[in-house]
Ligand binder design. Structure first.
Ligand SMILES: Nc1nc2c(ncn2[C@@H]2O[C@H](COP(=O)(O)OP(=O)(O)OP(=O)(O)O)[C@@H](O)[C@H]2O)c(=O)[nH]1
Length: 233
């Protein structure tokens, strides 16, 4: 069997927002019962059919790089940021601060050279950076089950800002309920469309170079869990 092409998508956001739970649900189509804190980075893989149901259909590996959100690892996590083909920004719908911090996470990835780090984040956030950014981005709000108690207006006023700034699509879900990513649902379609966009840019457009050509220097050797699931959302 020929080697399957792959892309790397970074999954970032504050500690405890549900990144590990989210990645598990995407890759294994089931909730994760007891996620442990991610130290460094953990990688899980999903098989995705690009442009499913069309003559252009092709299967790829989607690598989801779940970056531990703890500020104690702030100085070393940039080693996971290159190359990057797509970014999933994760926030907790019941925690406003986690949404505000997404700008800092994005700035940290885009500023991976290491300038301006303060308080655990890169603070030289520049909105212009997002406008020129070519990396596909998806914003995912977790814990929708808990957020139901949050005032609807509060939720709406917080939504969309960063997604609009970087022309990203948005999904809200609960990682403990698979119905939020049920096949055919609007969330599943958006997620699949995002994966297609990442693959399109990496393998099917004239601008198909890696975002960074520098080799991945990964001294921590994150565990690779290759899911054989060919479930297509
Ligand atoms: N109620 C509810 N709990 C969730 C949801 N997603 C995650 N959790 C819980 O939130 C806690 C943290 O989840 P993790 O997936 O470990 O969070 P993380 O972002 O990977 O955290 P770090 O590894 O510290 O970066 C766990 O107890 C999860 O079970 C959700 O959608 N709803």
């Amino acid at each position: 069997m020929a080697a399957t092409d792959k892309v790397r998508i970074l999954v970032v956001g504050d500690s405890g927002v549900g990144k590990t739970s989210l990645v598990h649900m995407i890759c294994h189509n089931e909730p994760m019962l007891n996620p442990s804190w991610t130290i460094g980075c953990s990688v899980d893989v999903k098989l995705h059919d690009y442009k499913a149901g069309t003559p252009a259909e092709k299967t790829y590996f989607i690598e989801l790089w779940d970056i531990g959100g703890s500020s104690s690892h702030k100085n070393s996590r940039s080693i996971f940021y290159s190359p990057v083909n797509g970014i999933i920004l994760v926030h907790d719908l019941s925690n406003r601060k986690s949404h505000q911090n997404l700008r800092k996470w994005l700035a940290e990835i885009l500023n991976k050279e290491g300038k301006g780090i303060e308080n655990g984040y890169y603070d030289d956030y520049d909105p212009e950076q997002f406008a020129g950014n070519q990396i596909p981005i998806l914003v995912i709000g977790t814990k929708a089950d808990l957020a139901e108690t949050v005032k609807k207006e509060t939720l709406l006023s917080r939504m969309s800002s960063i997604a609009e700034e970087c022309c990203a699509d948005e999904i809200n879900l609960a990682c403990n309920q698979v119905k939020y990513l049920a096949p055919g649902s609007s969330n599943a379609v958006r997620l699949s469309r995002f994966f297609d966009k990442v693959l399109e840019r990496r393998y099917h457009s004239s601008n198909n170079l890696q975002t960074s050509q520098s080799p991945v220097v990964d001294r921590r050797r994150p565990a690779m869990h290759y899911s054989k699931s060919s479930h297509v959302d």
